[in-house]
Design a protein around this ligand. Structure first.
Ligand SMILES: NC(=O)c1ccc[n+]([C@@H]2O[C@H](COP(=O)([O-])OP(=O)(O)OC[C@H]3O[C@@H](n4cnc5c(N)ncnc54)[C@H](OP(=O)(O)O)[C@@H]3O)[C@@H](O)[C@H]2O)c1
Length: 271
């Protein structure tokens, strides 16, 4: 049995050793990498051998995750930047590419926010714009910044972290969040339509509830018991790693990942 190196978990079946670092030689840029899903994805990708640029606004959490990665023997670089600022994103991409010996193979478009007041009748105009600016415009600025590098390489993967609210608008998640997360699926489709000829692939990931700091921003914050039923950031990171280790001939276009437990959220609806 000939085991492609992208499928390390198959190697033992063929009597061989698992490939412990299937992403060795690759370079990833993860946005929102200081906390939650982004931090877990950065750790997982680094563990799989990728050099990882960690982008977010606050330097301290990025530096902490980068230090953990380095301590574990990997490569992690804190690249503080705001995704709403195209020039800052371009500078971070250039720095990541330089640190990664000229490569940039994987973008995980994960930075995102929500607001406390989020219903049609109480979201402010400023909050609407902030959510669109970070969740949608920011994601697009990152795509725009990495595409020239990926086109030149003839290889690249962009993982767009949407949400269950991107599949179906969610009252709990709110109108701006739901709209931007649906729009990410459209951005994802455009990348696959226009860029696959350049060897660039995109996957939109739709996670259900994950116990991360973002849950604290809910209008009604779920109880500890409710949070215990949610997914962990590492679960979504594992899914991202699966997508990233697929051979270049494969596009995982969409991936839906949900907690096993279905919660009754009727008492958590925003006013
Ligand atoms: N938790 C869930 O249930 C869930 C479910 C589905 C999808 N998601 C999505 O998963 C992604 C990660 O969220 P999370 O749950 O892991 O929450 P989180 O811990 O709050 O992560 C969000 C990250 O985005 C960064 N960020 C926010 N605004 C930014 C900006 N303007 N520029 C750069 N970075 C920015 C934050 O860091 P700074 O504040 O330092 O910039 C933070 O590290 C989000 O896109 C979210 O919508 C979450």
């Amino acid at each position: 049995m000939d085991v492609p190196r992208q499928f390390p978990w198959l190697a033992p079946l063929a009597g061989g050793e698992p490939v412990s670092q299937p992403l060795a030689g690759q370079v990833a840029l993860v946005t929102g990498a200081g906390t939650g899903i982004g931090a877990a994805a950065a750790r997982a990708l680094a563990h799989a051998g990728a050099g990882v640029g960690l982008l977010g606004r606050r330097p301290q959490p990025l530096e902490q995750v980068a230090a953990e990665i380095v301590q574990a023997g990997g490569q992690g670089w804190a690249l503080p930047a705001d995704v709403t600022n195209l020039a800052a994103v371009e500078a971070a991409v250039a720095r990541c590419q330089a640190l990664g010996a000229g490569r940039l193979d994987l973008l995980v478009n994960n930075a995102g926010i929500n607001t406390k007041y989020r219903s049609l009748d109480n979201i402010s105009a400023a909050d609407w714009s902030r959510v669109v600016d970070i969740n949608l415009n920011g994601a697009y600025w990152c795509v725009r910044a990495v595409l020239p590098v990926m086109r030149q390489q003839g290889f690249g993967l962009i993982v767009n972290v949407s949400s269950g609210a991107g599949l179906r608008p969610s009252h709990v998640s709110g109108v701006a969040y739901s709209a931007t997360k649906t729009a990410l699926a459209s951005l994802n489709g455009s990348i696959n339509q226009e860029e696959r000829r350049n060897g660039i692939r995109a996957c939109v990931v739709y996670p259900g509830e994950v116990d991360t700091p973002m849950i604290d921003d809910r209008t009604v914050v779920p109880s500890a018991a409710a949070r215990a039923t949610m997914m962990r950031p590492e679960d979504v990171a594992q899914a991202i790693l699966f997508i990233a280790t697929m051979p270049a001939r494969v596009i995982v276009e969409e991936l839906v990942i949900r907690p096993t437990t279905v919660r009754d959220r009727s008492n958590e609806l925003p006013a």
